[in-house]
Write a protein that binds this ligand. Structure first.
Ligand code: FE2
Ligand code: FE2
Length: 433
């Protein structure tokens, strides 16, 4: 059983299921672990953890009086009807412990007008330079030369600058690659996606850059895959699959031999095709043993692959890709997946969102031609906790409409019978005045 307890109740011998710190801030390399020493307990306290969720099936339980106390506290913390703000200011309720990625949420920045056009030119130049650099890197690796990371490091900084200006611009351009460009621009795309997600998670600038670098280098092992297999439009044979599945190991060897010792890049290179349920490759490593970087890379890698034009598939739209990825149980870290969706500023149909004018709306579609402009159905005023006539709004970034502040949890707003209400909102094409 999972129980939320205060840090003062935590004892050696308990199995920590999650901590109220984003896990990259807590001092252990795994997000779930058996607390074995008093030193480890102190390290968690020192890192600022206030509360944890323990799994009593895997470790010690809380003394009975402790559980009763915690449950009473938890009851007391239940939010007043419709008063989400009050809840945010109080101690987090137990169900919030389950999302270690709650930190660092901010609305993605969007440029308009001249600033946008300038950024499009800059991002295009950066992407072209990066593509050439990746081609050179792959060619060097193929010839057994050492990989020069200095130039790539500069490009990662430029990509990072573009991502912080308006991530949707560079990500949109990087997505529009031809089949021939795929192998090289895919590395650049994954670099930009990793940076964008790392920033969303609130990682420090050095780690953000390391994540970008890891994205750029993650597929270097593909040089060991013959072209005819890499670009084969039909189903791969078992032998061909074996070759493909070896590219993470091969990449790890190439980077290691190059004297590249950044453990984060090596880790991403080796583990970006592993899955949370342990069915990935090359080592079938379980999610509990996968680092944050590897779990991030798994998401960024697949997202770019299925939204890009490749020899053997037609690209999915962003929304279709995210919906598909969320349906693959056991593949990705689902909490990280949510952070990824937010980092893109793409709102899947059915998402409950808070608008900048203090209302709630549900996403009902995306505007044709720009996946970052969802169409929402506004239906609820937050402050007065009252229903509004439904109104459909195309969210734009030019000031002509409210913008989306954040994705929301229906439980935070005490919406009566949300499953039924959301079905009605999604099912109706009524546009009220
Ligand atoms: Fe790969
Ligand atoms: Fe990849």
């Amino acid at each position: 059983m999972l129980i939320g307890i205060g840090i003062d109740q935590l004892r050696v011998g308990m199995y920590v299921h999650s901590v109220d710190l984003a896990w990259f801030r807590h001092p252990f390399w795994r997000n779930r672990f058996l607390l074995e020493t008093h030193e480890d307990l102190e390290r968690l306290r020192d890192a600022g953890a206030q509360s944890v969720v323990i799994d009593t099936a895997k470790g010690l339980d809380v003394p009975v009086s402790g559980i009763a106390h915690e449950r009473q506290e938890s009851e007391a913390r239940r939010p007043a009807v419709g008063n989400a703000r009050k809840r945010r200011n109080s101690a987090p309720p137990a169900d919030d412990f389950s999302n270690p990625y709650a930190a660092g949420r901010e609305t993605p920045k969007r440029l308009t007008g001249r600033a946008r056009r300038t950024e499009i030119r800059r991002a295009t130049k950066t992407l072209n330079r990066s593509k050439t650099a990746v081609m050179t890197m792959f060619a060097d690796a193929r010839m057994g030369k050492a990989i020069k990371t200095k130039g790539i490091s500069k490009l990662v900084e430029q990509i990072s600058a573009s991502v912080s200006e308006d991530a949707s611009i560079i990500l949109n351009i990087a997505r529009l690659k031809t089949k021939d460009e795929y192998t090289f621009l895919h590395s650049v795309s994954v670099c930009a996606l990793m940076i964008n997600l790392a920033r969303k998670l609130g990682l420090d600038p050095q780690t953000v850059k390391a994540m970008g670098m890891a994205g750029m280098l993650h597929d270097v092992g593909k040089i060991a895959i013959p072209e005819e297999i890499l670009n084969k439009p039909t189903r791969l044979s078992d032998e061909e699959w074996t070759v493909v599945r070896n590219h993470p190991r091969r990449g790890f060897e190439i980077l290691s031999a190059s004297g590249l010792v950044d453990p984060l890049a090596l880790d991403v290179c080796l583990n970006h095709h592993e899955k949370m349920d342990g069915t990935g490759y090359p080592n079938r490593t379980n999610g509990e043993f996968l680092s944050l970087a590897a779990r991030m890379a798994a998401i960024c890698d697949v997202y770019d692959a299925i939204t890009s034009q490749r020899v053997y598939n037609t690209p999915l739209t962003a929304d279709e890709a995210l919906e598909k990825m969320q349906s693959w149980k056991g593949h990705f870290d689902q909490l990280l997946m949510k952070a990824f969706i937010e980092s893109l500023g793409i709102w899947p149909v059915g998402s409950l969102v808070v608008l900048s004018d203090g209302t709630l709306a549900i996403v009902i579609g995306e505007s044709p031609g720009d996946f970052t402009q969802p169409i929402v159905r506004q239906f609820h005023a937050i402050r007065s906790h009252s229903s509004l006539p439904w109104r459909d709004i195309c969210i734009s970034h030019d000031g002509s409409s409210p913008t989306i502040r954040s994705q929301a949890d229906p439980a935070d707003f005490d919406l009566p019978d949300w499953p039924l209400l959301s079905a009605r909102l999604l099912g109706s094409d009524r546009i009220a005045a």
